[in-house]
Design a protein around this ligand. Structure first.
Ligand code: ATP
Ligand code: MG
Length: 380
C-alpha cells in the first residue's frame, strides 16, 4: 500500500529544528525537552503571555537552542510561511488549528507529529466515532445532531435508554467545554440552544467503573511503543488526577486499540486515546488526542523517556525507547484555578509520597476558575 503520508527518505538531522504549534503548557514541555536534547525549537503561538513563549525567553539565555517565537493568529499565512521556513519537523500541541496549516507543512515535505488525517479526525467527534467503528473499537451510543432534521429524528426515534445523555459540540471542545447534560428528550432542544445550535452529537452517558487512557508512539519506520495505562479522574469535565496503572490484561487490550489507531493513520508522533471502562469490563472510546496528553504528565518523573521526549524521537525518526519495566509509580495532580505554590505547600503538608512531590508551574499570568495552572507529580 502506498503511504498517504510519505516522509522524506533521510537520516535524522544532527540538530533538528522543531517547530511547535501552540503556546500552551504542552508546548512549554516540548521546548524544554528539545533544549535538553540540544535541538533547536521555534514556537508558533497566538499571544506572548503563553507558557511556551515564556519558556522560550528563559531558554534563550542559553547559547544554542531556542529561536524567537512567531506570534500570530494560527490562520496567518505569512506567519505560517515564516515559521515553516525555519523548521525541519513540526510538533502540534493544540488540536484546534486550521488543517490548512498542516497541509502546508506536508506539501513542503516537513514531518508533522499529527498528520492531517489523524488531526482532522481528532477535530471532529463524529469522525472519531466513525474511525473507531472502522477499527472495531466500541464507543458510547451516539446520535448526530447537525441540523433541524437530525433534531426531529432524535425526538421521534431516539430510544429512552439513550438518556441521560451528554450533548457535545462536534468540534472545538476541551476541558468539558461545549457540553450539556440532557436528562430526557424534553431537554434536548434547550441544551442545543445553549450550545448555539452548533453541529453536535448526543452521546449516552456511561456509568463507567473508571476512565483510562493509553499513549502510543509510532515512528516513521512503523515501530510502535505504548506507555503503561493511565487511570484518570475528572471533576466537572476537567482532569483532576492521573495515575499509572499496572494492569496487564487491560493493558494488552488497550494496546491493541492504540496500535491499530496509530497504524491506520500512519502516525509519526504520539496519540492518546481516552476510554471509559464499564462495570462489566468493556472499553468504550471517548476521544483521541494526537499530541502530548495531560494524563501522561506523570511520565516526567517515572524514569525512562517521558511523553515529550518520545514524541520528538518519533517525529525525527530516532529509535523509540521501550517504557522501562522498573518505572516509578507516580500520581499527577492538576492545579486548577489556584496558585500553584499554595497548592504545592498544602499537598506537601497533607500527603505522604515515598519519593516526594514535584511542582510544575505553568507560569500563567492570570489565575482563572477552571484554568490549569500547573501540576504536581507525587512519587508513590
Ligand atoms: P478533554 O479536556 O479531555 O479534551 P473534552 O472537553 O474534550 O475533554 P470529554 O473528554 O468528551 O471532553 O469529556 C470530559 C469528561 O466528561 C470525560 O473525561 C468524562 O469524565 C465526562 N464524560 C464525557 N462524556 C461522557 C459520557 N458519555 N459518559 C460519562 N461521562 C462522560
Ligand atoms: Mg477528554
Amino acid at each position: 500500500m502506498t503511504p498517504r503520508h510519505p516522509l522524506p527518505e533521510k537520516h535524522p538531522e544532527a540538530t533538528p529544528r522543531i517547530g511547535v504549534i501552540g503556546g500552551g503548557q504542552l508546548g512549554m514541555f516540548l521546548v524544554r525537552e528539545a533544549s535538553r536534547k540540544g535541538w533547536h525549537s521555534v514556537v508558533f503561538a497566538q499571544s506572548p503571555g503563553e507558557p511556551a513563549v515564556q519558556r522560550v525567553s528563559r531558554e534563550a539565555a542559553k547559547p544554542e537552542g531556542v529561536l524567537p517565537p512567531v506570534l500570530a493568529s494560527f490562520d496567518d499565512e505569512i506567519a505560517q510561511d515564516r515559521f515553516l521556513d525555519q523548521v525541519s519537523a513540526v510538533a502540534i500541541e493544540f488540536e484546534n488549528i486550521p488543517l490548512s496549516f498542516v497541509h502546508k507543512a506536508e506539501e513542503r515535505g516537513i514531518p508533522v507529529s499529527a498528520n492531517s488525517d489523524i488531526l482532522a479526525t481528532a477535530q471532529s467527534r463524529l469522525h472519531e466515532k466513525a474511525a473507531a467503528s472502522l477499527l472495531g473499537i466500541a464507543t458510547p451510543t451516539i446520535r448526530p445532531l447537525r441540523n433541524h432534521h437530525d433534531l426531529l429524528r432524535i425526538e421521534t426515534e431516539a430510544p429512552a435508554e439513550l438518556f441521560p445523555a451528554i450533548l457535545k459540540t462536534n468540534s472545538g471542545g476541551y476541558d468539558g467545554k461545549g457540553q450539556c447534560r440532557v436528562t430526557s428528550i424534553d431537554e434536548l432542544q434547550g441544551c442545543w440552544d445553549l450550545l448555539e445550535r452548533r453541529p453536535a452529537l448526543l452521546e449516552q452517558e456511561i456509568p463507567f467503573k473508571r476512565e483510562l487512557s493509553i499513549l502510543v508512539a509510532r515512528n516513521r519506520d512503523g515501530s510502535v511503543v505504548t506507555f503503561p495505562v493511565s487511570e484518570n479522574r475528572h471533576e466537572q469535565g476537567i482532569l483532576r488526577d492521573s495515575i499509572c496503572l499496572s494492569t496487564p490484561t487491560v493493558q494488552s487490550r488497550i494496546d491493541a486499540y492504540a496500535k491499530s489507531w496509530a497504524g491506520h493513520f500512519e502516525l509519526t508522533g504520539i496519540v492518546c486515546l481516552e476510554f471509559f471502562e464499564t462495570i462489566d469490563g468493556e472499553l468504550l472510546l471517548n476521544e483521541s488526542a494526537p499530541r502530548p496528553h495531560n494524563s501522561y504528565h506523570w511520565t516526567l518523573d517515572s524514569k525512562g523517556s517521558n511523553q515529550f521526549a518520545t514524541l520528538l524521537d518519533a517525529l525525527v525518526g530516532l529509535p523509540l525507547s521501550e517504557p522501562r519495566s522498573d518505572f516509578l509509580p507516580v500520581r499527577m495532580t492538576n492545579i486548577i484555578g489556584e496558585d500553584p505554590q499554595t497548592v504545592f505547600e498544602r499537598i506537601q503538608g497533607s500527603q505522604q509520597a515515598r519519593g516526594g512531590h514535584i511542582l510544575y508551574d505553568y507560569m500563567k499570568k492570570e489565575c482563572r476558575t477552571g484554568r490549569k495552572m500547573g501540576h504536581i507529580n507525587s512519587i508513590l
